[in-house]
Ligand binder design. Structure first.
Ligand SMILES: [Zn+2]
Ligand SMILES: [Zn+2]
Length: 643
């Protein structure tokens, strides 16, 4: 924990000792001898350093063509640029991450025209390389617009300085490839008196608070190319074109209410310094319900909504799209929840049914592992506890509203890996809620669906792993019931008894031979006469979930719809999926009287350990996620040594 008072005075001491920052002298300054008929090389209004200019002019036509093309690509393709900068960003998912921030279109397009929404918030699971990606985007912006003024705000001055250093080093000590493509951003022509020659030299570009790149041609601007915002150092009246806010809430400050308040205040103070054509890019991970992100989200939903775009992602993925083969994360549910369109133009996400993780694990050239596996996430969840995991990997701060079901509650009881389900030979049950709808109802939205849930009873808990639903006529209903019986061979198929029960039973008996079913396990459940029965039944699911006596499979059909209905309860427009889940709990399957073996009061991790023994976490495991914000690949260092 940083002691804020001491830290500030330490920072002031450090600043006092530091050389005052002198902006880099423009290339036409008086250090140059008066000269000659030298014709400078100017590209995109930037004068190139002389050595580099000579090298470029000497290029063979083919090499020059490639050089120009590669530069063009680096302007607009952040993943390509990240490779040039020596970063480990991946197509999946970081291209989707960049798409949610700012998409650059080359130096010829003014930044004001890049997007209609100028405030972007991206809250993605910890470990998705947000900080590295933001740094890559900052470089991309500087390359496109050498005169842009960037400001960076983070949770503490110390973090801000570290971030600035990391960014500055990309220019001061560039990779060979970066300097080959963009020498005007790393080198300066310096006159060597001894040799009476011009030399291209790497220069210091600033101090711990700010820096400017040599390619900057506008020397009138008071602000540097990039500067960090600290409580005292950004003067009112500064102007910025891009404000980056990364990890405002982090490991070092999230537990201290006063510091959190100051962070939020810093943000509020900084916003007026944004130029009207500028952008705010805010990235991070949730830490608590009333953190700065929560407050901004809340504000945004009460008026400022059009100013911001939000991308909020947990660590899981619903698989790949069978329409376009891109991962879930490339599809934007904020446009359309039911059919999220893809960046590629695919009309809507349709899962291949193989749930996974947002950042599929990759092995880098140096052997390090980057990204997640389901097993590794299960381990994180067990070690961090549900609340912290929910914040940092699910980006769900615990809701303090009257909501009866929270996403956290549901996620905690959701199985994302089919290997964690009970053994197949365990007893199976099916429960169904029949929707009888008057034929004259033409508005299909008003009609409830018939819903079946298929579940197992195991170790005193119910494990719902499959489902079926639809708006069926009598004959289709019989077909679906008999198909489910044939597929799952349930011990019992519970249906709520209603006026049509006898007729339905006769139809089922009549068609059973067709499905080669000799024993029909249907049990009719008498309808209770409790008022508000539906409400009581659905509300009753909550304690069973919290008590870890009910598990849901993320890959079963209808899971998302069920989740939505629970989250919206009691104000959901439809609750047929949730109501049927309530029936699962109420049916006489005997789960409640079954003794819960000690081994069954276990987390999904313990399940996993038994099925698939995993290596323990290394004792020297260091927290290197969003908190420090500094690692080039947080997940890489976290997963290094795994497997
Ligand atoms: Zn798609
Ligand atoms: Zn796609």
């Amino acid at each position: 924990m940083i002691d804020e008072t001491n830290f500030d005075s330490a920072l002031d001491d450090a600043l006092a000792q530091e050389k005052p920052f002198v902006p880099p002298t423009p290339q036409s300054a008086s250090t140059e001898p008066v000269e000659d008929d030298y014709e400078p090389l100017v590209i995109n209004n930037v004068k190139f350093p002389r050595g580099a200019a000579a090298r470029i002019r000497a290029m063979a036509p083919d090499e020059f063509k490639t050089w120009v093309a590669d530069r063009q690509k680096a302007y607009i393709d952040p993943i390509y640029l990240s490779g040039i900068l020596g970063m480990d960003l991946q197509e999946d998912p970081q291209r989707a991450l960049f798409a949610n921030l700012i998409t650059l279109r080359g130096p010829q397009v003014p930044w004001s025209e890049l997007d209609t929404i100028h405030r972007k918030m991206l809250l993605w699971s910890r470990g998705t390389c947000k900080t590295t990606s933001v740094r890559c985007l900052e470089v991309e912006i500087i390359l496109n617009y050498p005169n842009a003024r960037l400001c960076f705000l983070t949770g503490s001055d110390e973090l801000g300085k570290a971030q600035l250093r990391a960014l500055k080093l990309l220019f001061e000590e560039p990779t060979e490839r970066f300097e080959y493509l963009f020498p005007e951003f790393t080198l300066k022509s310096v006159w060597n008196k001894k040799t009476s020659q011009w030399e291209d030299k790497r220069v210091e570009m600033g101090n711990s608070q700010r820096f400017s790149v040599p390619a900057r041609s506008n020397t009138v601007l008071a602000e540097s190319t990039f500067q960090i915002s600290t409580a005292k150092k950004v003067k009112a009246g500064s102007h910025f074109d891009f404000i980056f806010i990364d990890d405002l809430v982090n490991e070092t400050n999230y537990q201290n209410a006063a510091v959190l308040e100051r962070c939020y205040q810093n943000y509020i103070d900084l916003v007026p310094e944004l130029d009207p054509s500028g952008y705010i890019v805010m990235t991070g991970t949730r830490y608590s319900h009333d953190d700065a992100y929560g407050r901004i989200l809340e504000k945004a939903t009460t008026g400022e909504v059009n100013l911001w775009s939000f991308s909020i992602r947990d660590c899981y993925s619903r698989g790949k799209c069978i329409n376009c083969h891109h991962s879930d994360v490339f599809h934007d549910a904020s446009v359309n929840v039911l059919q999220p369109p893809c960046m590629c133009g695919c009309p809507g996400f349709r899962s291949d049914g193989i749930p996974g993780v947002i950042f599929p694990q990759v092995r880098l050239k140096d052997g390090r592992l980057l990204g997640f596996t389901l097993e590794w996430l299960a381990q994180q969840r067990a070690e961090m506890g549900d609340a912290k995991f929910s914040n940092q990997y699910l980006n769900q701060a615990v809701a303090a509203s009257q909501q009866q079901f929270t996403e956290q509650m549901i996620h905690t009881q959701t199985i994302f890996d089919a290997k964690q389900l009970p053994p197949w030979q365990t007893e199976t049950f099916i429960v169904g809620d029949l929707a009888y709808t008057p034929e004259e109802t033409t508005d299909s939205k008003k009609r409830d669906e018939t819903v079946f849930w298929v579940f197992k009873r195991y170790h005193g808990a119910l494990w719902v792993y499959d489902g079926d639903s639809g708006r069926w006529g009598a004959n289709d209903l019989v077909t679906h019931i008999l198909t489910a019986i044939k597929k799952h061979r349930p011990t019992a198929f519970f249906l709520e008894k209603n006026a049509a029960a006898d007729a339905l039973m006769n139809q089922i008996i009549a068609r059973a031979p067709e499905f080669m079913i000799s024993k029909i396990p249907i049990q009719w459940i008498p309808q209770g006469n409790v008022k508000d029965q539906k409400f009581v039944r659905i509300a009753g699911i909550a304690p069973v979930l919290v008590g870890k006596r009910l598990w849901l499979s993320a890959s079963m059909p209808g899971y998302e719809k069920l989740k939505q209905q629970l989250l919206q309860f009691p104000r959901a427009r439809h609750d047929d999926y949730a109501d049927t889940l309530g029936l699962c709990v109420e049916c006489p399957t005997g789960w409640a009287s079954e003794a819960v073996p000690l081994a069954a009061v276990e987390t999904s991790l313990d399940w996993l350990r038994r099925l698939n023994p995993a290596a323990p976490v290394e004792p020297n495991y260091e927290d290197s996620g969003a908190g420090s914000g500094l690692c080039a690949g947080p997940a890489g260092s976290e997963t290094a040594g795994w497997k």
